[in-house]
Design a protein around this ligand. Structure first.
Ligand code: ZN
Length: 287
C-alpha cells in the first residue's frame, strides 16, 4: 500500500508530467466502488479544467483545477504572483486515494487500456491520465477547499506536534496512526520512527516526556524525508505506462523484521498487535 513518502513521490512525478495540461474529457468505468463523488459531479468538475498543480495532502493526491479563463486572465496571473506563498486559489480539487493497489498512469492515448482501469482523463496534450486499481480500495472524488483532518506530518511545528499527543491515553502507536491528529502516517513509518526515537509502541502517549516527543518528532521527519529521497529516483518508473512499481524501499530497521536481530543490539525484534495493527519493536532499545 502506498504510504506518505510514496504518495509524495507520485505527486511530484505527476506534477512534473501533467501540471499545466488541460482535461478535455473524462471516461468513468461502471464499477461503483472507486467513486466517492457522483459520476456526473466528477465529470462536471474535471472536464475543461486546467491542472494547476498536483500535491500530496496526507495520503491523498490532490489535483488543483482551474478554469481555462481563470488560467489565462491577466488579473488572475497578477493575483497568483501576489499570493505565491499561500494556498493556490483554484476552484476545485480532484482527489485520488490510491488505496491498496491504485495507480495513476500517464499514457499516450493509443496505448492499450489496462484491465481494471476505472477512470480516464483525456488531456489536451494527447496523453491520458488513467486510474487503474485491481482491488478497488482506491477512491476518486471531487471537492472544493479540500483539507485533510489532521496536521501535515512534514509541515507541523515541533511544539504543535508535542501538543498533539500530550494527555492522550491511547498507545503512542495508535495516536501516530490517528488521521485526525496527523494525516498520512502509516504503519511502517510509525514503527520505524518509534524505533529511532527509542520509544515502545504500546506506551501511552500521555506517558511520553516532552523530550521523548521531541525525539519522536525528529525521528518521524527523518524517516519520511529519507523515504521521499529514495523514492525520488524511481518516479519515472512509477508513472510510466507499464505501471511497474519502482520504489527503492527504505531499509526497515524493525518493520517486518520480527525474530530477526536488532540492527543496533542484536536482540530479536518483537511483533505485537496494538489496536488491530501489527507493531514491531526492539525490547532492548525501545523503552
Ligand atoms: Zn535493539
Amino acid at each position: 500500500m502506498p504510504e506518505l513518502p510514496e504518495v509524495e513521490t507520485i505527486a511530484r512525478g505527476l506534477a512534473g508530467s501533467v501540471a499545466g495540461d488541460v482535461i478535455d474529457s473524462v471516461w468513468l468505468g461502471t464499477k461503483p466502488e472507486p467513486f466517492k463523488s457522483r459520476a456526473v459531479e466528477i465529470i462536471g468538475t474535471l472536464e475543461a479544467k486546467r491542472i494547476a498543480q498536483i500535491r500530496r495532502v496526507g495520503k491523498h493526491l490532490v489535483f488543483d483545477l482551474e478554469t481555462r479563463e481563470q488560467a489565462s486572465s491577466p488579473a488572475r496571473r497578477a493575483g497568483a504572483i501576489r499570493a505565491k506563498s499561500s494556498q493556490p486559489r483554484t476552484e476545485a480539487q480532484w482527489i485520488v486515494h490510491l488505496g491498496m493497489t491504485g495507480r495513476m498512469l500517464v499514457c499516450q492515448a493509443d496505448q492499450p487500456v489496462a484491465k481494471h482501469t476505472h477512470a480516464i482523463a483525456r488531456l489536451a496534450s494527447g496523453r491520458e491520465l488513467r486510474f487503474v486499481d485491481p482491488r478497488r480500495f482506491g477512491r476518486l472524488s471531487v471537492a472544493r477547499g479540500f483539507q485533510a483532518p489532521g496536521s501535515e506530518p512534514l509541515e507541523v511545528e515541533r511544539e504543535s506536534f508535542v501538543n498533539l499527543f500530550r494527555g492522550r491515553k491511547t498507545p503512542i502507536k495508535s495516536a501516530l496512526l490517528n488521521q485526525k491528529l496527523l494525516s498520512g502516517v502509516g504503519n511502517i513509518y510509525a514503527d520505524e520512527s518509534l524505533f529511532r526515537a527509542a520509544v515502545r509502541p504500546r506506551r501511552r502517549a500521555a506517558s511520553l516526556t516532552r523530550e521523548e516527543l521531541r525525539r519522536l518528532y525528529r525521528a518521524l521527519q527523518e524517516v519520511l524525508q529519507e523515504a521521499i529521497a529514495l523514492g525520488g529516483s524511481s518516479v519515472s518508473d512509477y508513472v510510466g505506462a507499464d505501471g511497474e512499481e519502482g520504489f527503492f524501499q527504505l531499509q526497515h530497521r524493525v518493520y517486518g523484521r520480527q525474530g530477526e536481530p536488532c540492527l543496533v543490539c542484536k536482540t530479536p525484534i518483537k511483533r505485537r498487535v496494538i489496536a488491530g495493527r501489527s507493531s514491531h519493536y526492539c525490547p532492548h532499545c525501545q523503552r
